[in-house]
Design a protein around this ligand. Sequence first.
Ligand code: NAP
Length: 247
Amino acid sequence: MSQRELEGQVALVTGGSRGIGRAIAEALAEAGAHVAVVARNAAGAEAAAAELPGDGHRGYGCDVASSEAVAETVGAVEADLGPVGILVNNAGITRDNLLLRMKEEDWDAVLDVNLKGAFHTVKAVTKGMMKRRDGVIINVASVVGLMGNAGQANYAASKAGLVGFTKSVARELASRGVRCNAVAPGYIRTDMTADLGDAQAEALQESIPLRRLGDPDDISGVVRFLAGPGARYITGQVLAVDGGMVM
Ligand code: NAP
């Protein structure tokens, strides 16, 4: 991998203010990209962008569940930084509960952010990518979308949906020079998994062949690879980055 293989490209990372998204934003910035960090909390997005290595990064407050907000934000990013060549759909939430206790609003909230959010961002950036016959889309799914998980029917459905979405977008846009892949992280230490108690973490570790939970950097290097020229012949794939949980 060359040191700055994404030099001068513009990357938009949703959920880039914290956790996995923040590590992805850092990795893409280290590769030379100008990064648009998107999150609901504008101050958080701006602060994260300001701390990225290099210059030409910006933060934007935007709820990806809103098609209007996404269209407006992508317009602002393209005016500020230039055409988006790399899109990383990483924003995600959980509203866990057993199926019989799961409220319809919790189902809708998770699907609206995790799945529909990606639909909105892809729609907003692909016209330009197709015109330029160049673009990369990376969706952050989850092993839960591949395996299912008790208490996460809404989340698992959203992530399995992202897998189908990824493959459909890949098939539809390959002839236009746009690649679309997904990563499916296992259990990664972030705010999202902060509630995991020590006993639970230990039990989980036992089920992971590499015997540890992951860190955001375990994911960001893979996203950097998928965004770059080393992955130019890869599209429509779902790469599990999970210490071997799914094989
Ligand atoms: P996290 O620490 O909770 O961070 C979530 C990020 O998404 C934050 O930047 C948050 O910022 C943003 N966000 C949430 N809702 C949003 C919305 N509606 N619009 C725009 N931004 C929004 O989560 P994480 O653990 O890093 O997870 C990142 C992605 O990896 C998610 O898609 C998650 O499902 C997936 N994943 C995580 C794990 C894991 O073990 N952690 C495993 C598999 C997959 P604001 O709050 O300011 O909006």
